[in-house]
Ligand binder design. Structure first.
Ligand code: NDP
Length: 329
């Protein structure tokens, strides 16, 4: 095991700002937690983009190793649940916020954060899915649990060309739902069509304030945008439908009315990936394992080196990344 290794850490840049810098670490610098993992792969999620680019304050204390997702191999374990050599993943649990994160050759973590690497995925594929894809899994599972019909109106997916949106479309389509993709990037339509989208909507059509009740158009929805977009999606959802909301790419406001809920029984299903209980995580990863087409997954991501992390974070914030990225640590 090498004595020193690199980690990408968020540090204080003064004036209430932060910046990311590569720091040489040793095992003695890691937190005192029961399981030591050698990290092979990570990814860049929206939250990672905010943290590494300095555009959002994600870390609650500094310095903080960034990265909310990891895939790797257990090196040492004081827990009987995991043995050296076990392949594992972590999604969320406060990594890069309150807990030291994944952009580091080694990290120490709590055993309750770890899931065995799902059998059907390599570490690279698991990070191609990452928190964005696993959150898509949580959203789709929420719509299935709600009883969203497959033979009715389409399911709408916003932020379609992003990480959550891409995986949600592939999953929903494979499960037999007709899917309409909302995107601001018309050039991604061919890609979104290959993932399974059957119709497209320009995101500008949902971006402005709309009427409290609009034509019933969607059996359900997966929304990553929030704000007027989510209010409009709710106002356009069919009687008895549900919208799984997980994101705020368009802002945190929810400027709608109760009308869709009290006159059409429309449900707003909140989805959180960070502290989701183990049973929900296992169900979401099972859904992905069973229904995410591996060839399609292959078209959804690109693989990058550790040194590219700052550039990738900027590109994600500038909406220049299609689908997902994997980072080799
Ligand atoms: P990405 O950056 O990969 O994708 C976001 C997509 O949203 C973009 O590709 C774009 O889609 C669309 N978009 C961006 N800005 C706007 C805007 N101003 N108005 C409308 N659409 C916009 O991010 P992720 O898919 O990883 O994450 C999406 C959201 O979900 C984020 O807000 C993130 O924080 C949240 N999230 C929440 C989780 C939870 O636990 N609740 C877990 C994971 C993510 P297009 O180019 O197609 O228009």
């Amino acid at each position: 095991m090498s004595d020193t290794f690199n980690a990408l850490r968020i540090v204080d840049a003064g004036d209430r700002k932060t910046r990311a810098e590569v720091t040489q670490m040793t095992l003695a610098d890691l937190p005192d937690l029961p399981v030591l993992v050698e990290i092979s792969h990570s990814t860049v999620n929206y939250k990672d983009g905010l943290a590494v680019s300095g555009k959002g304050r994600i870390a609650r204390r500094l310095p903080m190793t960034a990265g909310i997702d990891l895939a790797g191999t257990v090196v040492e374990s004081a827990s009987s649940d995991f043995q050296p050599g076990d392949k594992v993943i972590v999604n969320g649990w406060g990594l890069s916020e309150t807990e030291q994160g994944a952009y580091s050759k080694f990290q120490r973590v709590k055993p309750e954060w770890l899931l065995p690497l799902p059998e059907g995925f390599s570490p690279e594929q698991a990070m191609a899915i990452g928190t964005a894809g696993y959150t898509a899994g949580l959203c789709v599972q929420a719509l299935l649990d709600w009883g969203t019909p497959k033979d009715g109106a389409p399911v709408l997916v916003t932020g379609a060309a992003g990480g959550v949106g891409s995986v949600a479309i592939a999953l929903l389509s494979k499960l037999g739902f007709p899917v309409t993709a909302v995107t601001g990037r018309p050039e991604t339509q061919e890609y979104l069509g290959k993932l399974g989208a059957t119709a497209f909507l320009d995101r500008a059509e949902l971006a402005e304030a709309g009427k409290p009740l609009q034509a019933e158009s969607w059996a359900g929805g997966v929304d990553v945008v929030g704000n007027h977009t989510l209010a409009n999606v709710l106002a356009q959802t069919c009687y008895g439908g549900a919208v799984a909301a997980c994101g705020l790419a368009g802002g945190p406001a929810l400027p709608g009315t109760v009308m869709p809920h009290i006159l059409r029984g429309v449900a707003l299903l909140g989805v959180d990936s960070v502290m989701a209980p183990r049973a929900k995580r296992v169900a979401a990863w099972d859904l992905l394992d069973k229904h995410l087409d591996r060839d399609l997954l292959g078209t959804m991501y690109s693989v990058h080196g550790f040194d590219e992390l700052p550039k990738l974070a900027e590109q994600l914030m500038d909406n220049q990344i299609r689908g997902r990225v994997v980072v080799e640590i």
